[in-house]
Design a protein. Sequence first.
Length: 316
Amino acid sequence: MFPTSTVGSSSPCPEMYLDFWKPFSYHKYKFPDFFYINSSVKQLILRFNFSDIMISGCCVSWTSLKKLCLRSCSLFDESMAKILSGCPLLESLTLCVCVKLSVLDLSKSLRLRILKLDCNLWGLGTQIVAPHIHYLRLINSKTSSTFVDGSSLAEAKLDLYFVSTIPTFEDDFLQLQVMALTMLEKLKNVEKLILKENFLHILSLAEVRGVPFPMLKVKYLTLETVIFRYVIPGIERVLQNSPDLKQLTVHAKNCNNAIREEDLDNYLEQEGLNPDQCWRSKDGVDWNTSRLDVESKHMVSFMELVHKDIRQDDPT
């Protein structure tokens, strides 16, 4: 349970963190109505079990709340609408694996500038309308989120979460490619773009299969990935489709839930393609096959690749 002294409106508490997570537990917590009326809390983090229902019939009035984070909860559209209507000062919203949510309409949240969404693996997908946000962090799955309106976006960070399921293996990868390229199309006007390793894996699959990419207006591109052959085709295409690029930053880091190399190879083989040929860059460089085998020569090859692709984009 939560400590009553921190949630009542008579006890000011600018920051609140309540954690009800318990593995393999399906107990449902129901907050008293007074929990939803608070004029002092400015930052609120709630973590539930997946069976929880956030709000039933009461109204929400968190009039000072600026940062809200909801994790592992059942969140219906009606509950989300009540939360948003009761948070007029909300500036940052984080939703981490919130099932049941089909529409996230932020058009009336005029102060909201930061939106962070972590994937919903079991839902049917969420449509996002967010005309006022400036920063988006999106970790997607094959059925997760579809961006409808992000007209004010200036910066986005994109990644994918993938769980291999043998019966639908080919369909899963195909859906991820469609979703990744759709996201790039929706976000093609952002000036700052961060792409993580799994996202680059899927872009690389699309590139070697000859799927067209949108042109991007990105000026500041960051890649968070180990440099090896499974990300090179996607990186090449993104660079070639970014004629306004001013700065490229590479953070060579391992992905915690990276798509397995053998899954990528198996997919290409099932598509009738030769993985060893597909993963060669256009200039014929044979890249390292493992994230653990990065050598100085690979970094030299990568710098040459970047220089070549950027020069191709430069009309001078």
